[in-house]
Design a protein around this ligand. Sequence first.
Ligand code: GLU
Length: 474
Amino acid sequence: MALVRTRIAPSPTGFLHLGTARTALYSWAFARHHGGQFVLRIEDTDVARSTDESVDQILRSMAWLGLEYDEGPIYQMQRLARYHEVAEQLIAAGHAYRCWCTPEQLDAMREAQRSRGEKTRYDGTWRPEPGKVLPAVPEGVRPVVRLRNPPTGDVAWNDLVKGPISISNEEIDDLILLRPAPEGSPAGDEALGVPTYNFAVVVDDWDMRITHVFRGDEHINNTPWQINIYRALGAPLPLFGHFPVILGDDGLKLSKRRGAVSVTSYEESGYLPEAMLNYLARLGWSHGDDELFTREQIVEWFDGSHLSKSPAQWDPAKLAWVNAHYMKQADDERLAGLARAQLASRGVAFDDLDRLRRAAALFKDRCTTVVELADWIEMLVTPVAPRAEELAPLLTPPVVSALRALRDRLGEVPWDKVSIAAAVKSVVAEQGLKMPAVAMPLRLLLCGRAQTPSIDAVLELFAREDVLGRLQHV
Ligand code: GLU
């Protein structure tokens, strides 16, 4: 096989969508699997909607997921001269032509077609044909460039995901390749009009020697046009693979209106990139019954087979399960850093790195996300409010005496787990109580909740004065 080259080509009109992240992952893994290369291209020709902020978000999400690219980011708006050059070549070869129809004329054309019950399409006014006399070029109208699409025959390809697809050329019309720059544009490259998506994507994929084009199936209808542009250019065709959409848990297309769809929002919600990658990999691809895979395994196994033809369903509970798995696996030092950043974003400064690391080690097994881990750690330094109806019934007179005795004892013992455990044990024994009778109210008073890791381990993480303070009013 020739050197495999794949790409991801997001439009910077928002964050990196989960669907695009999945396509990026598959394209990256496929390239890596075959020892190929992966390119990042920023499709910023929608000038009105593209923003630098969105570019930053996309780059950041790619970096967060660890999808490193071999080339890029390449910006389409820096390649305008190239699209114009290729358009001129197509015109010279008779595969494209200028069209001076005004938007008003096109509207009228479509209106007339509609009223005759016909499908709306460009009627070929400016399409050159042997022996045809073209209209006179009007004054003051800047032309677009259109592809001279073959009028008959089929466009067919064997989709890497969906299998054979064929569309008749009669279904598609002479698409616009280039639009003119707006009146009064400054000189230089900005004076060049911008290409349409279908044209720019072909010129780029051709120039960048892309061998496998993976993208969402909302682009299936664009592919026949693109194939016809490749043919007009005499360029080799890449292989195409179109992934089905991702559905939300309501069975509708995952969209902004129905919950988090950006990679960034999952980062902010405390998911780990390796969990995201794992979950996205499995969403539309399988390797036997495996649910958990490392990056290395994804690369090893992702050969373009076992891709699902049907839409995948976004399953937050499963993502949480995958994330919890990686939380347990994660290095304590790393989790400590992530939790610290999470706390900082809440305005809570926690600078005792050793304590943070020990807290991460103790709590990580109970946490689905870094946000939950930060909740546990925050409790060590910010007051908690145990629910009175939970606490009051536990505070029987012997328990209150035990807690008071414990407070005194904890004021003196060395602050380590063994000494703390011995203090708790002896107080419980002295009062003739059972461990849970004391441990339970202790948990509520200290942590504000009844379920915690072993009480001595939790106590040790607190600063002594905070423990004494929280036991003050028993
Ligand atoms: N800019 C297009 C998008 O974000 C890219 C589609 C493609 O990969 O060809 O949908």
